[in-house]
Ligand binder design. Structure first.
Ligand code: LLP
Length: 373
């Protein structure tokens, strides 16, 4: 048996998810980019690339990795609020499909660097649409006070700037309003914001727009991952079909991360001790917040199953890791079958922002990776 803790990826779930997405966008001028930040495991990326997905990257490391795993440079969108000059130069040389530009300052620098290299950089302007996605404040990104995107009141300035920049090819607009979004209302609001912005670019500035990118953010069912492994992509894509009519020449891009990979990943961990305290019982496992930081960082809920106990009797436990921080807690007061040293626990829905956010804190090692295919 593989050394615990390890990330177990069920590629059958990933494949089913991919097929559902493909069915729902077929016949539409839609292109789904996978947000690599959610999980950069090469086998996952290869599967997505071979199914025609594009890649959404946020560092030159991700751009290089995406190309290595089979994504064509023209299918790569490169976002991020703080791209360095070196990163921009390399991405221009690699001829990526589009820079998602986050500020007026950045736009200027991209133009300058492209000019130095005698190149033309493809750009989309990331506009902050000022929409509340009603999600955790750490993962809400589309509000005016967030650091992301260009504020709507600068739209005219930025459009005239892009128009007069000889080394920029303005492709369109990019938006992203947040993550783990479970109602369609914020997306409907987003659709309504897009039309006037596009009309301004086309009618007032004579720009030729072929790219609208509505970002990612579709949420998943953390409560019932086994029963409900595939998010409601039909409802999601139908929302755009219904509320966003675009000219035929415009491709609608999506940048989904969590909804594609979260449910195919499980963190398998072994119980080292069950500690009996005065007021509670604490299950201490061999995975820590260095392997999965979501519960510590966002108070995120991940369902935990004891997959080795056959006991019909149930008890209430906290499940914690071995790291020297109280925050290293995966769950509090959960009900599990009677659990003992050596049992194996499955922490569900960790395919997104699990392994990709891991660290070596306390000089702990990376979790291994296993696949079911
Ligand atoms: N596009 C942009 C510009 C983004 O910033 C993100 C995520 C995505 C797409 C993909 O969003 P998704 O479809 O995965 O929701 N670490 C946090 C999530 C951070 C999301 C950051 N941006 C978590 O564990 O919940």
């Amino acid at each position: 048996m593989t050394q615990t803790p390890y990330y177990l990826y069920d590629l059958r779930i990933l494949n089913d998810t991919i097929q559902v997405i493909k069915e729902n966008i077929s016949g539409c001028n839609y292109k789904v980019h996978y947000a690599i930040k959610a999980n950069f495991e090469p086998r996952i990326l290869q599967l997505l690339a071979s199914n025609g997905f594009g890649a959404d990257c946020v560092s030159i490391g991700e751009v290089r990795h995406a190309i290595k795993c089979g994504f064509a440079p023209e299918n790569i969108a490169y976002a991020g609020v703080g791209k360095t000059d070196e990163e921009i130069a390399e991405a221009i040389d690699l001829n990526i499909g589009c820079f998602n530009v986050e500020s007026v300052e950045e736009l200027d620098i991209i133009n300058e660097i492209a000019q130095d290299r005698n190149a033309v950089a493809n750009v989309a302007l990331r506009i902050n649409p000022n929409i509340d996605a009603h999600t955790h404040h750490y993962i809400t990104t589309g509000l005016a006070e967030n650091k992301f995107g260009i504020s709507l009141h600068l739209l005219d300035d930025v459009l005239s700037m892009v128009k007069s920049s000889m080394n920029l090819n303005m492709r369109g607009f990019h938006f992203h309003i947040g993550s783990q979004i479970l109602t369609m209302e914020p997306y409907v609001l987003l659709c309504e914001r897009i039309k006037p912005i596009m009309d301004k670019a086309v009618n007032d500035y004579g720009l030729n727009i072929d790219y609208i990118n509505v970002g990612g953010g579709l949420g998943i069912d953390y409560e019932n991952p086994v029963e409900n492994p595939i998010p409601d992509f039909k409802n999601y894509f139908d929302t755009f079909k219904k509320h966003l009519q675009l000219p035929e020449s415009v491709t609608l891009h999506f940048e989904l991360g969590r909804s594609i990979v979260a449910q195919c990943g499980t963190l398998i961990t072994k119980v080292i001790y069950v500690k009996h305290c005065e007021s509670k019982q604490i299950v201490i496992v061999d995975a820590g917040m260095n392997n999965l930081i979501r519960p510590a960082l966002y108070q995120a809920y991940h369902r935990i199953d004891n997959i080795s106990s056959k006991s019909a009797e149930k008890e209430t436990y906290d499940v914690v890791g071995p790291i020297c921080e109280s925050a290293d807690t995966f769950a509090e007061n959960i009900t599990l079958p009677v659990t003992k040293r050596g049992d194996i626990l499955a922490i569900r829905s960790v395919g997104a922002y699990g392994q990709s956010m891991s660290s070596h804190y306390n000089m702990r090692q990376d979790a291994e990776t296993q696949f079911i295919s």
